[in-house]
Ligand binder design. Structure first.
Ligand code: ADP
Ligand code: MG
Length: 398
């Protein structure tokens, strides 16, 4: 995959596909991690003598048309503040008006295009729209890891028409996550949890093939426990995924991957923090639901993690958002962070948990792309990465 190390940007207009899909509140950016994360690539392009920077991104989920609530203006304002330089936000994305505005801008300007998902062809990966994006600049930089698993026009299109490279954010994700796929030092242990087995089938299958141990917590553990004939009370369970769970357990056994399931639980009478609670019970009592792993399970998982040389964490061990059910995630998360191995955390809620417990800074890599990181770790060739690799040769394919 080409990177900024080889792309010639001096004196050029550079189109950068960013991931500025940030939360807004009352028309301003309320959480700017993704904007902050993009600054490295932007500053490097400036330092390397790029003439004009044309940034683009999606925001929210507009339905192929202009929706006032999802205009990128607030992003432009936040960017201006953080860069200490005025960013001009256009109300158009591609076409003559955009071209004219870019042409008229002075060297050194930064221009932000309007929301790419206002255009009907964007999420369909329309090749003609991809070409129109490429007409706005001399070279293209893809830095939106969070959307690199989508064959969208602004992600995969420009690579086929102008010289392109990965930005530093995308590069770091591919390199750090890639270390988990290419002969990771053993033992390789994955801590997996969160809501559903069905959300994570691909990654579970892929991990079973690569890991020495899979430590399962969170709601998904109950589908596995139920598949083994355990009582799970009213815990979340995907009744239609019991066969799949059995299949995964059998595959793991055949592959020599140990799947560990919770041996005790913190159960609540209701899905809320203040309810009747049974702590550290070996089985979820009738009428209760398992909302966290118990102390014995947490200690066991922590012990396994402390000996691992490669560690991946995806999915919280319990309903960590509720104080009474946060202990398992905290204990196991701390053991994870304390391990001497190579440590990667991915997944929106897992990253939030790591941040909530003050563990994020101790990780080797915190992956920002939820769906993209899962697909990548599941072994998929991300369309954005593939398009960069194929470059201009990809044009023949449309
Ligand atoms: P990630 O975003 O890290 O991939 P998921 O989205 O799969 O994680 O799952 C996170 C959610 O799972 C959290 O909101 C958490 O409250 C919930 N969760 C974890 N354990 C349980 C449980 N035992 N019962 C119900 N919900 C749970
Ligand atoms: Mg999530």
């Amino acid at each position: 995959m080409p990177t900024l190390d080889t792309l010639d940007v001096r004196g050029k207009t550079v189109l950068v596909r960013c991931d500025f899909n940030v939360p807004l509140e009352g028309g301003v950016v309320s959480e700017a991690t993704r904007i902050e994360a993009s600054l490295g690539t932007i500053r490097e392009l400036q330092a390397k003598g790029a003439s004009k920077l044309v940034l683009c991104s999606h925001l929210g989920r507009p339905k192929d048309k202009v929706e006032e609530a999802w205009r990128l203006k607030p992003v432009g304002e936040e960017l201006s503040k953080r860069l200490g330089q005025h960013v001009t936000t256009l109300q158009v994305t591609v076409g003559d008006e955009a071209k004219k505005a870019i042409k008229a801008a002075q060297a050194g300007s930064i221009i932000l295009l309007e929301n790419v998902r206002f255009l009907p062809g964007e999420t369909k990966g329309n090749p003609e729209l991809g070409r129109q994006f490429s007409e706005l600049a001399d070279v293209f930089v893809l830095d939106a890891f969070g959307t690199a698993h989508r064959d969208h026009a602004s992600v995969t299109g420009p690579c086929r028409h102008i010289p392109s490279a990965a930005g530093r954010l995308l590069q770091k994700e591919v390199e750090c996550l890639g270390r988990l796929l290419q002969n990771p030092p053993k033992p390789f242990v994955t801590l997996v949890g969160g809501a559903k087995v069905s959300d994570k089938v691909e990654i579970l299958e892929s991990l079973i093939a690569r890991c020495d141990a899979l430590l399962v917590g969170g709601a998904m553990a109950y589908t596995f426990l139920k598949a083994q004939g355990k009582n799970i009370g009213r815990s979340l369970c995907e009744a239609d995924k019991l066969d799949l769970a059995r299949e995964l357990l059998a595959k793991a056994k055949a592959r020599g991957c140990v799947i560990e399931l919770p041996v005790d639980h913190v159960a609540g009478s209701e899905f809320k923090n203040d309810c009747e609670i049974r702590r550290d019970v070996a089985e979820v009592p009738e009428g209760f639901m398992g909302l966290d792993i118990g102390a014995k399970t947490a200690a066991k998982y922590a012990e396994t993690l402390s000996k691992a040389k490669t560690l991946l964490w995806n999915g919280p061990m319990g309903v960590f958002e509720m104080e009474n059910f946060s202990r398992g995630t905290k204990v196991v998360g701390e053991a994870f962070a304390a391990s001497k191995g190579y440590k990667v955390v991915g997944g929106g809620d897992s990253v939030a948990a790591a941040e909530q417990f003050g563990l994020a800074a101790r990780m080797d890599h915190v992956s920002t792309g939820g769906g993209a990181s899962l697909e990548f770790l599941g072994g998929a060739d991300l369309p954005g990465v593939k398009a960069l690799r194929e470059g201009l040769k990809g044009a023949a394919k449309g």
